[in-house]
Ligand binder design. Structure first.
Ligand code: HEC
Ligand code: HEC
Ligand code: HEC
Ligand code: HEC
Ligand code: HEC
Length: 172
């Protein structure tokens, strides 16, 4: 009897261990997505937690196709004084001083034969999250949003926007 109880406990413990290992693996897989190595480890999560808004850095200048990547001058509005002793910040300061930009590696890019306008999609009510995932929760960005042809077309179907080949591929 005593042995049976012990065996039962052992089984329960083994099952719990297995479960925690599986959870660990799942969390591990979700926590270690790969994005390109960037010139400095800029964290969206941290900077947005301070209350910065997407539009302060991604200005969507006319005609509105691009969102743009902010200039180092924008970073220096704070980092002129904030954390200026950190090597990462000194790298930004050095670029700003030489009037150069940091060589950010692009995460989302479509071929030039595809027409795309951020402004048209913002006007249609699409959120950044829909195409780029939960940027505000990411220390490192990786391509988690689906900007493949299939991804574009399934949303066009959903919103009853055109899926004619020429809608996205015509020379505009
Ligand atoms: C509104 C002010 C503000 C702006 C704008 C800003 N940052 Fe920051 N940043 C901070 C603060 C505050 C910290 C935390 C500093 C600390 O840990 O002492 C920080 C931390 C960092 C760090 C980590 C430093 C380290 O090595 O610990 C990096 C890298 C960084 N920022 C890059 C950037 C880049 C690149 C830009 C421009 C795209 C930028 N920041 C714009 C306020 C700002
Ligand atoms: C303080 C400035 C700053 C703010 C605020 C900011 N970003 Fe960024 N963003 C950057 C910088 C710098 C990069 C380039 C480095 C990188 O990819 O992490 C970038 C890159 C991106 C990219 C990848 C572009 C590409 O193709 O490489 C996306 C998508 C993006 N940001 C979305 C957002 C969204 C959504 C928000 C608001 C939730 C936001 N950003 C807020 C500075 C900012
Ligand atoms: C309907 C899908 C969609 C939505 C919504 C969207 N994006 Fe994008 N984003 C893209 C695509 C596609 C690219 C690649 C564009 C290219 O290569 O020309 C891109 C590229 C970018 C880039 C890289 C620079 C550039 O403009 O090419 C940034 C930064 C960015 N997006 C930020 C944002 C932010 C911030 C929002 C919300 C305000 C947003 N995006 C909403 C699809 C989207
Ligand atoms: C959130 C869903 C959604 C996603 C994702 C999406 N679209 Fe759209 N798209 C729309 C809607 C809605 C319109 C507006 C249709 C209208 O005005 O009739 C639109 C309009 C367009 C237009 C016409 C814009 C203009 O200048 O008038 C093009 C081109 C386009 N999308 C290409 C793309 C491409 C390429 C992708 C993938 C990288 C994409 N779309 C992803 C919903 C989406
Ligand atoms: C809603 C926008 C949209 C529509 C509509 C659309 N495409 Fe595309 N197409 C894309 C995007 C985005 C890509 C680039 C995908 C990538 O980056 O790999 C693409 C890529 C392609 C490619 C290159 C594929 C490759 O593997 O190199 C071909 C060929 C193509 N499209 C043909 C078509 C045809 C034919 C139609 C009509 C049936 C069509 N597309 C309709 C958005 C669209």
């Amino acid at each position: 009897m005593k042995n049976a109880v012990r065996f039962g406990l052992l089984l329960a413990a083994a099952a719990a261990l297995l479960l925690s290992q599986q959870q660990g693996q799942q969390e591990g897989a979700a926590a270690a997505p790969t994005g390109p190595a960037q010139p400095v480890p800029y964290s969206h999560k941290f900077h947005i937690s301070m209350g910065l808004k997407c539009a302060e850095c991604h200005t969507n200048p006319p005609p509105g196709e691009s969102m743009g990547i902010p200039s180092v001058a924008k970073c220096m509005t704070c980092h002129m004084s904030v954390a200026k002793d950190k090597p990462t910040i000194q790298k930004i300061a050095a670029a700003a001083k030489e009037k150069k930009e940091l060589p950010w590696v692009r995460v989302y890019q479509i071929p030039s034969y595809v027409a795309f306008s951020h402004k048209a999609h913002m006007d249609a009510g699409a959120t950044c999250q829909r195409c780029h995932g939960d940027v505000a929760k990411r220390d490192v960005l990786f391509k988690e949003g689906d900007i493949s042809m299939g991804g574009c077309m399934s949303c066009h179907r959903e919103y009853k926007a055109s899926n004619d080949c020429g809608f996205c591929h015509e020379a505009r």
